[in-house]
Design a binder for this molecule. Structure first.
Ligand code: KIV
Length: 289
């Protein structure tokens, strides 16, 4: 981001414009939930590139470099093939493009499940390569020991319960979770286990609303809902879904724009102008002096 200066004539001081914002911190965001109440909901969106981060950053508290980039950026069939290097490169770009939001980076499938030590190695690689502030990992009680191990060694962790896309082969699809009593109880106890282990926040994805509310009331850390409930402590969406880049999106996505339509119309206009030789015009060509 380029910086210019505005002169304050009363003090003769040159102030940088826009005023540099201090980057938020994990403890500052975590501290928003007091006695079970979060007065200022946490705003989180996914970001994968530097320019996207620049545009989203002033409006968000957290930018999530989600492993959803596997599908969104790389056209992969699921998040399973996403690698540590892919996550590290995109996370570094998002950190370079932001100056205000906390950047959280997803641990990809296979990088953290084997042991707390393996998780530490992978998380340390991600944070060193990108300068992101925290990692996110999927799974409930089974991951509690790993969460405690990472937090004790200086790595803030965001959990992820309910619909956990990396477990698609076990879950059998991307449908909403928590419809049976057993499943609902497990989601609540998973969230409690992660929070007790030291997670500062937990993504609650694709769960029936009463369970999302029950989780939010049961844990002292923040809940970030996606396909969950407005009563969660914050919300996240995949930015491309929200912008209308895809024809098919989950039911819980609100499309705020029609970016796919805008890109299609713009490409159509460009193609027509190239074919009729009206682009480039006088404004876009160099003439001899
Ligand atoms: O990978 C991702 O983008 C996510 C969000 C959908 C929470 O995990």
């Amino acid at each position: 981001m380029s910086t210019s200066f505005t002169l304050d004539t009363s003090t003769s001081r040159a102030n940088p414009t826009p005023a540099p914002m201090k980057r938020l911190t994990v403890p500052a965001i975590r501290a928003r939930k007091v006695d079970g109440v979060t007065a200022e909901p946490v705003v989180m969106l996914t970001a994968y590139t530097a320019r996207q981060a620049q545009l989203l950053d002033p409006h968000c508290d957290i930018l999530l470099v989600g492993d959803s980039l596997g599908q969104v950026i790389y056209g992969l069939p699921s998040t399973i093939p996403v690698t540590l290097d892919m996550m590290a490169n995109h996370a570094a770009a998002v950190v370079r493009g932001s100056y205000h939001s906390v950047v959280v980076v997803d641990m990809p499938f296979g990088a953290y499940e084997a042991s707390p030590e393996a998780a530490f190695e992978a998380a340390a690689m991600l944070l060193k390569a990108s300068n992101a502030a925290a990692v996110k990992l999927e799974g409930g009680a089974a991951m509690a020991e790993t969460v405690a191990f990472l937090v004790a060694r200086g790595i803030p962790v965001m959990g992820h319960v309910g619909l956990t896309p990396q477990a698609v082969n076990v879950l059998g699809g991307y449908g909403a979770r928590g419809r049976s009593d057993a499943e609902a109880d497990k989601i609540v106890s998973d969230a409690k286990a992660l929070c007790d282990a030291g997670a500062f926040a937990i993504v609650v994805e694709g769960v029936v609303e009463p369970i999302a509310i029950a989780v939010t009331e049961a844990v002292s850390c923040l809940t970030i809902g996606i396909g969950a409930s407005a009563k969660c402590d914050g919300q996240v969406l995949v930015t491309e879904d929200m912008l209308g880049m895809f024809e098919r999106v989950p039911r819980f996505v609100k499309r705020y724009e029609d970016m796919a339509g805008l890109i299609t119309r713009t490409a159509e206009t460009y193609a027509a102008e190239v074919r009729e030789r009206s682009f480039p015009g006088p404004d876009q060509t160099y003439q001899p002096k």
